[in-house]
Write a protein that binds this ligand. Structure first.
Ligand code: NI
Ligand code: MN
Length: 226
């Protein structure tokens, strides 16, 4: 299973013919590795409604016909916008596919839909290719991040925000990495804009000296094979 970092919080997870795109903020993303017209996902997952995550989801979903997973309030608005094949779980809910499943977990953050309705942000547990990937979404550090790690399968890869300002910073993220206990942590949501600039190599050094996890720092466009 390949995890390609496309910039900011956007990742593409590929296993065979399944291509799962998460948080497709590409247009207007100064770190985007590809243009929105260049991705061809079979599935699109959304952590929350902020523009740096929602991004190009409407255009990509309409062009590709990809199946979409988003929390119910955003799912409803996507359907109103003409997107088909939208699953509408809430926090704690699991959506099953023939290739695996997606579960929405709590995240400590805010979220508005593109139309301005307040709703609840999420993290995503994604089971694909026999691996469990945890995209934490935008979140502060909170102790219930431990729960994701203690439920069934161990987490193979955590996709973790470290940029601070809008989310936890790289120092809090070291504790988050300890809570999550993933084999590999891939940092994201940093260096895209000045408020979220941080030192990913310092995060790597801290995590690898203080926890049992390894950190894989990916440049936009790079791929990690899990
Ligand atoms: Ni956000
Ligand atoms: Mn964000």
């Amino acid at each position: 299973m390949d995890i390609r970092f496309l910039g900011h919080a956007c990742f593409e997870l590929t296993e065979g013919d399944t291509r799962v795109l998460v948080d497709p903020f590409l247009t207007g993303n100064p770190k985007a590795a590809v243009e929105a017209s260049e991705v061809d996902p079979t599935h699109i997952l959304l952590t929350h409604g902020h523009g740096d995550h929602y991004g190009d989801i409407e255009a990509i979903a309409k062009r590709t016909g990809a199946s979409v997973v988003a929390i119910v309030e955003i799912a409803d608005e996507l359907e109103e916008a003409g997107v088909e094949n939208v699953a509408d779980p809430n926090i704690g809910g699991t959506v099953k596919f023939d290739w695996g499943w997606v579960k929405l977990t709590p995240a400590w953050h805010t979220s508005t839909t593109p139309k301005g309705t307040q709703n609840t942000p999420a993290g995503l547990l994604i089971h694909i290719g026999g691996k469990l990937v945890y995209h934490l979404g935008d979140t502060a550090l909170f102790s219930d991040l431990k729960l994701a790690a203690g439920r069934g399968d161990p987490i193979d890869v955590a996709l973790m925000c470290i940029g601070g300002h809008y989310t936890m910073d790289r120092i809090d993220a070291v504790t988050a990495a300890e809570f999550v206990g993933a084999g590999t942590v891939i940092p994201c949501h940093y260096d895209t804009f000045p408020p979220v600039e941080t030192d990913a190599e310092a995060f790597k050094a801290d995590v690898e000296s203080q926890t049992s996890s390894k950190v894989q720092v990916l440049q936009p466009g790079e791929t990690f094979s899990a």
